[in-house]
Design a binder for this molecule. Structure first.
Ligand code: IPD
Ligand code: CA
Length: 259
């Protein structure tokens, strides 16, 4: 697996390191007026398609901007977000990443998240721990009162999303040290995995936004479920509640009631 990690890391760094210097790209709206895709999302996707095919020629390739390939039962497949945090990228906020999960039968076997602005490469394999640039990472042991909790807004109907997020947001803002919304789900999961923050929630999010980061978080000792406490599906989107065990346990009943 070390060889696999090296190949994936090389592919992601080679593609992603072009992002910080590229400010000349077209931006289009997707599902609605605040959901964007840029030329660079497509370029990252196509570069990863080519390089990951060399790593595992037998694996299918599914990516946010091209979900046409359907893996057969038992077949390995890549699940890719070519740029997570596209709005941050469009606004030059330096807080976006590439995310790649290697999956089989709806389960992530390995996950990689690379932020070209920080140079941080997060990595996990099932049962083998989680790492940032080769160093082991672990979730914090903070309780909710000492926690920083982050959340994502997603692209659903805003009044509906706000109504769902509000009870959790209110509890965290009142009871925790503070709240954050970084606009990049995969990095928020990795930052919780690394103990920089302590919890994360989002009401409606897609599998490529959490496949890699969810595994990295679990391998770092964290818990990642839906708001109703189930294992998140990689076949369809849904809610995510993630955190160190103490914060996840503290937020789970409220998340379930709010769903
Ligand atoms: C989005 C970001 C954002 C989250 C959304 C995602 P994108 O991904 O991760 O933080 O709130 O749910 O869709 O569109 O930038 O790849
Ligand atoms: Ca994306």
């Amino acid at each position: 697996m070390e060889e696999l990690r090296q190949s994936i890391e090389r592919a992601m760094r080679q593609a992603g390191d072009k992002l910080p210097t590229q400010r000349d790209f077209a931006v289009r709206s997707k599902a609605n007026d605040h959901d964007f895709v840029t030329d660079m999302d497509v370029r990252m996707q196509e570069e990863l398609r080519v390089s990951l095919a060399k790593v595992l020629p037998e694996a299918a390739f599914r990516s946010e901007e091209d979900l046409s390939q359907q893996p057969a039962r038992g077949q390995l497949y890549w699940l890719v977000d070519p740029i997570d945090g596209t709005t941050n990228f469009v606004r030059d906020l330096h807080l976006s990443c590439l995310a790649v999960a290697l999956c089989r039968d709806g389960e992530a076997l390995a996950g990689a998240v690379y932020c070209p602005w920080s140079g941080e490469f997060f990595w996990a394999e099932q049962g083998r721990g989680a790492f940032c640039n080769g160093q082991p990472i672990h979730v914090s042991d903070k309780v909710l009162a000492d926690a920083v909790v982050c959340f994502g807004q997603g692209y659903g109907e805003r009044p509906v999303t706000l109504g769902k997020l509000y009870p959790l947001l209110e509890k965290c803002y009142i009871e925790c040290v503070n709240v954050r919304a970084l606009g990049v789900a995969e990095l928020m999961l990795c930052y919780v995995a690394a103990g920089r923050m302590d919890g994360y929630f989002e009401y409606a999010i897609m599998p490529w936004d959490y496949a890699a980061g969810g595994l990295i978080l679990r391998e770092a000792g964290g818990v990642c479920t839906t708001w109703t406490g189930d294992a998140p599906s990689l076949a369809h989107g849904g809610s995510i509640l993630a955190g160190n065990p103490a914060c996840h346990t503290a937020l789970q009943p409220l998340a379930r009631d709010s769903y």
